[in-house]
Ligand binder design. Structure first.
Ligand code: ATP
Ligand code: MG
Length: 426
């Protein structure tokens, strides 16, 4: 039994992002926003909880997510709700609900927490964050190429392009997959003794997923299996060839991986993953594909859709491996106040400085303390300057500025000169 005074802890696999970590998140999010807006993608904000039925209908009953990873509960009205395990279904639900898909094209993005009941390990959590990008109304392959080149630009901006490989495949149409499925089932049935338990189950429910198996003992069997590419019709082949040609023209290198099927049911034609060797087993940083069929499946009219999702934690883990990140200072100036009069005057003066020095990050020492202890805090804050308010100087309208990162002399100057100095030098 838990001790009475033991403090409550966070849920396993759900992490706090502490103040010392958030600048890295903000850095990543700012670059993502910048890149997305340079391609004119718009943000959509969606609920974290949806009806369970939405995920069952879209992700598919026999996928890992729906079979064993969802946080599902009944609310007080006995409706079955689920913490979203991904964003594609909710985004499409919202667009259908608000009539956004009628004769329109959309390029959308969202970023936020997703929930999956998985075994927590590095790069795999129960609450994690995804950047999701979804586009509607465009049959491609030009938009397919745009999405991929956009992600390629993101990696370049982050300085991690050479650590990622683009894997590309096509899944053809539902009809083509049905034909292929027969061939695949016939092949695996010939080798049924070599199938592991998961694959035996998938043989009945979702045989393409066998190709996705992470069991190394299955790999040679899988690599000899028939290839979907050989069951594709003219239209699907041409879509894929135009996409690869466009990527060649754009200078985006890729590897064709005919075993890439993606875990979810709703994909067709283009699928892709950006993978790295630098994160151990959790090597997929970003994954996406075309899911035209999902729109009708959720009750909309036939339409086109392609998107991707990027795991923010995995991106952050990659960024942490870099030597340094160009992260902005969190404090520019630290205000030290000594004596009652200085304490009273300080907050007012701080407001004046913030009014006049645009964008300044000014931290006021608030918990009191001797000059020495305040000075230590100023240094620790990482500030470029300390501004020192002492009683007798302040009575003459003067303050001191002490540069904290250089050997330059301390200056005793008027308040207006101090403001001018910050405008010039920050
Ligand atoms: P994996 O094969 O690693 O389980 P997935 O196919 O389940 O990935 P998607 O549903 O395609 O993943 O999600 C897109 C991205 O979200 C992944 O490529 C990954 O970067 C990230 N992601 C998925 N699940 C988790 C998780 N539990 N913790 C952290 N990131 C995750
Ligand atoms: Mg998974």
């Amino acid at each position: 039994m838990a001790k009475k005074n033991q403090s409550v802890q966070a849920i396993r696999g759900m992490h706090d992002i502490l103040p010392e970590q958030s600048p890295r998140w903000q850095y990543a999010e700012n670059i993502i926003r910048e890149v997305l807006s340079s391609y004119c993608y718009q943000e959509i904000r969606l609920p974290t909880v949806e009806k369970t039925e939405l995920f069952k209908r879209s992700i598919g009953e026999v996928t890992d997510i729906v079979e064993k990873e969802m946080y599902t509960f009944n609310d007080r009205n006995n409706d079955s709700l689920t913490l979203r395990p991904e964003g594609t279904a909710g985004c499409l639900r919202a667009c259908l609900e608000h009539g956004l898909l009628h004769n329109q094209v959309h390029r959308l993005w969202y970023c936020g927490p997703m929930f999956r009941y998985e075994r927590p390990q590095k790069g795999r959590y129960r609450q994690f964050h995804q950047l999701g990008v979804e586009t509607y109304g465009m049959p491609g392959p030009d938009i397919d190429a745009e999405l991929i080149v956009l992600t390629d630009r993101l990696w370049k901006r982050f300085g991690i392009r050479e650590r990622l490989t683009l894997e590309l495949n096509t899944l053809g149409t539902t009809q083509e997959r049905l034909v292929y499925r027969e061939k695949l089932v016939a092949y695996f049935k010939q080798h049924i003794a070599a199938l592991d338990e998961d694959s035996l189950r998938r043989l009945e429910t979702n045989p393409l997923r066998i190709l996705d198996s992470k069991n190394k003992d299955m790999h040679s069997l899988i690599s000899d299996a028939p290839e979907l590419m050989d069951s594709l019709g003219e239209d699907s082949l041409q879509h894929f060839q135009t996409l690869t040609r466009t990527l060649d023209q754009l200078g985006v290198s890729y590897e064709i991986n005919t075993r890439l099927v993606r875990g979810l049911d709703y994909y067709g034609k283009t699928v892709f993953e950006w993978v790295t060797n630098d994160l151990g087993a959790q090597g997929t940083v970003c994954a996406g594909g075309r899911y035209d069929g999902l729109i009708e499946q959720l009750g909309g009219k036939a339409n086109h859709a392609i998107g991707f999702a990027m795991g923010m934690e995995r991106l952050l883990l990659l960024l942490e491996q870099l030597d340094s990140l160009p992260i902005a200072r969190t404090v520019d100036v630290y205000m030290i106040r000594v004596g009652t009069a200085a304490e009273e005057e300080g907050l007012r003066l701080a407001e004046k400085i913030r009014n006049e020095v645009q964008g300044i990050k000014l931290q006021v020492n608030c918990a009191g303390g001797s000059f020495k202890s305040q000075f230590k805090k100023a240094d620790k804050s990482g500030a470029e300057y300390a501004i020192i308010l002492a009683e007798d100087e302040l009575s003459r309208g003067e303050v001191s500025i002490k540069p904290l990162r250089t050997n330059k002399e301390q200056m005793n100057i008027s308040i207006n000169e101090a403001i001018h100095f910050f405008i010039e030098s920050l």
